[in-house]
Design a protein around this ligand. Structure first.
Ligand code: IMP
Length: 182
């Protein structure tokens, strides 16, 4: 499938994503029972993941979003983090679960966690749909819930974009051509 100038091929199907999300929710329901967690989705990429995940959360919870991005429309991380939306929710004394679409270098996540820690939450953990273990530059001990570990490849679909395109795709696709840039 062509998205703008690049060719992509299927990697993870919608049904597989749905099954994994169900299991993640089972874990979260058990781990956060009696804690009324706040799920904080990181926009834009996590919007579908948050929506699908919280539908399976059966314990009382809050859902909110923040927006931070280190990608500027290409296929490699720019290493600069742009903060578009701050978080107005009061998280002091609360149990926080950050919902991320994908963890690549881990820099975005490390930055967000440090920022949230300043607001004195009771705890912070991270639930990421995808993780590229081979690209992690920062070890993130809060990364406790992971949908799928993938290779060092650029992916789109299910909320993830290439040049803002492809977020609406139901499946996850990977870049077909091999490139050193990924
Ligand atoms: P990190 O700071 O390098 O971990 O980058 C994390 C952010 O980069 C994610 O939240 C995504 O928005 C974006 N990103 C990382 N890898 C990919 C990818 O393969 N496809 C699309 N976006 C990606």
């Amino acid at each position: 499938m062509k998205i703008d100038d690049l060719e992509f091929e299927p990697l993870i199907e919608e049904e597989t994503i749905a099954k994994r999300i169900n299991l993640l929710a089972v874990e979260l329901n058990a781990d956060y029972a009696g804690k009324t967690p706040i799920f904080i989705g990181v926009l834009n990429g996590s919007f579908l993941f948050v929506a699908d995940l919280v539908k399976h959360i059966t314990i009382p919870c809050e859902v909110t979003f923040t927006k931070l991005a280190s990608y500027y429309g290409g296929t490699t991380s720019s290493r600069k983090i742009r903060e578009d939306i701050d978080l107005s929710t009061d998280i002091s004394g609360r149990h926080i679960v950050i919902i991320e679409d994908i963890v690549d270098t881990g820099n975005t996540l490390a930055y967000l966690i440090e920022k949230l820690k300043l607001k004195n939450p009771a705890s912070i953990s991270v639930c990421a749909m995808l993780v590229k273990p081979g690209k992690l530059e920062t070890s993130v001990e809060e990364l406790r819930y992971v949908g799928f570990e993938i290779e060092n490849e650029f992916v789109v679909g299910y909320g993830l974009d290439y040049k803002e395109l492809g977020r609406n795709l139901r499946d996850i696709y990977r870049l077909t051509s091999t490139t050193d840039e990924v």
